[in-house]
Design a binder for this molecule. Structure first.
Ligand code: FCB
Length: 453
């Protein structure tokens, strides 16, 4: 029996600028931290860069037609900040702005609702040179950028996401160093996380003023986290993980300030100066807690936390999936985590609406001798997560849309082109696009507004 979604449910696909656009230095674009990072030897696993990527900058007309042929209702893309403001602030690059304006017009003509993400990790290098996200001035520059974009496109774009996954931008970029700008400094990462959230809060009223009636929100990468056993040690490991990934961003966003247990833990680890959270100024928490219309949720897998070092630990009682149920990213396939996560968000934080802004799987299945791409495992991944999404709606979660990650195979950050998340295959030698079985299945889902389990 078909599982039908609410009539106005939105079916979309997502991408981001650096992962697909290419044209990294064309038509006046400035350098971004991802240009600099990928051009530095040793940072990207396969030695690749986003210089060309999917060449979407030149092929966007074809890509819009491709989405139209798949009956996609909404397209979530991001703007490359340094394409429109090469120095991060000040001088506008009209050619860059025109590119996004044409894209938005093309989408609207094709009947596809644009969903614009302002920041998907590609900070202008010029702003990094002035301190990057650990510097408060970057939040002020972001507000100027948000103003420019919403003044230019706010009449046509009705759906705005300030940031994509600030946890990754702050902690993977400034603490782990696996992402641009490749820094390893815990205190810098905490300052970055605050300034990212502050910049979100500063941008919300600006976008609302320039694009009256539009929906404005933020996308977080959230995980269903759980302890591997009922032991005190595993529970503490779970609380800490959940605190850093989920609560550190959700609590201030929903007016609960920073979680006290995490502030204490960061201080105890020496991640804060002796004076504590000095980077939080009076009024910042009110700015961050600006009312948003929705929460964007990126969900891929769960985290099972175990403190292996605790001597008195209990035996593990919670087991992760058998071998076959891991994607090529090494991420466990755990669809019920989406249900658990959405339920928790609804019960704890009560966002007025939720969109799943990313969900998908990396499998490298390519064309067979007939050219067909039988990516059955991706199709099953998407189906099982839609089942969880459907169940969430039935239990009262205000989930109003779903975006598959990703429209195209693309540049998967530090992992380069080896990981393929697309529902459409990209032959990087010819730039030819071929819908995989999952894309054709997704078109049927959209057509029926539901799926057959
Ligand atoms: C998310 C990112 C997205 C993509 C997917 C696989 O964390 O937002 O750009 O890399 O993971």
């Amino acid at each position: 029996m078909i599982r039908t979604f609410p009539d106005d449910f939105i079916w979309g696909v997502a991408t981001s600028a650096y992962q697909i656009e290419g044209a990294w230095d064309e038509d006046g674009k400035g350098e971004s931290i991802w240009d600099r990072f990928s051009h530095t030897a040793g940072n990207i696993e396969d030695g690749s860069t986003g210089d060309v990527a999917c060449d979407h900058y030149h092929r966007w007309v074809e890509d819009v037609a491709l989405m139209e042929s798949l009956d996609i209702q909404s397209y979530r893309f991001s703007v490359s900040w340094s394409r429109v403001l090469p120095q991060g602030r000040g001088q506008v690059n009209q050619a860059g702005l025109d590119f996004y304006s044409r894209l938005v017009d093309g989408l609207l003509e094709a009947g596809i609702m644009p969903c614009l993400t302002l920041y998907h990790w590609d900070l202008p290098q010029a702003l990094q040179d002035e301190g990057g996200w650990p510097a408060r001035s970057t939040a002020e520059a972001f507000a100027e950028y948000a103003d420019l974009m919403s003044r230019s496109l706010g009449d046509r774009v009705r759906f705005w996401i300030t940031h994509n996954e600030p946890w990754v931008a702050a902690f993977v970029g400034y603490m782990e160093g696996r992402h641009a700008p490749g820094m390893q400094d815990e205190n810098a990462a905490l300052r970055a996380s605050h300034n990212l959230m502050l910049s979100h809060g500063m941008a919300v009223p600006i976008i609302r003023a320039n694009s009256p009636g539009a929906e404005v929100g933020i996308t977080l990468n959230l995980s269903a986290a759980m302890p591997a056993s009922p032991s005190a040690a595993d529970y503490a490991a779970y609380r800490h993980f959940d605190g850093r990934l989920n609560r550190w961003f959700l609590d201030p966003l929903y007016g609960r300030r920073y979680p006290a247990d995490m502030v204490a833990s960061f201080a105890a680890q020496g991640w804060l100066s002796a004076e504590g959270m000095t980077f939080v100024q009076d009024g910042d928490l009110d700015v961050i807690a600006a009312h948003t219309d929705f929460l964007g949720v990126n969900y891929y897998f769960r985290e099972v936390l175990r403190d292996e070092s605790a001597e008195d630990n209990l035996p593990r009682t919670l087991f992760v999936a058998p071998e076959s149920e891991w994607t090529e990213m090494g991420w466990e396939v755990y669809p019920n985590g989406l249900y658990e996560l959405l339920s928790r968000l609804h019960l704890t934080y009560r966002p007025p609406k939720i969109y799943v802004t990313e969900n998908g799987a990396s499998y490298s299945d390519g064309p067979d001798s007939t050219g067909r791409i039988r990516d059955q495992r991706r199709l099953e991944y998407l189906r099982s997560h839609l089942e969880a999404a459907h169940r969430s709606i039935q239990s009262g979660v205000p989930l109003v849309g779903y975006y598959a990650w990703s429209l195209l195979d693309n540049f998967e950050w530090a992992l380069g082109y080896e990981q393929r998340f697309g529902i459409v295959w990209v032959d990087y030698a010819t730039q030819e696009r071929t819908p995989k079985d999952s894309a054709l299945w997704y078109r049927d889902v959209i057509g029926r507004n539901g799926f057959v389990p």
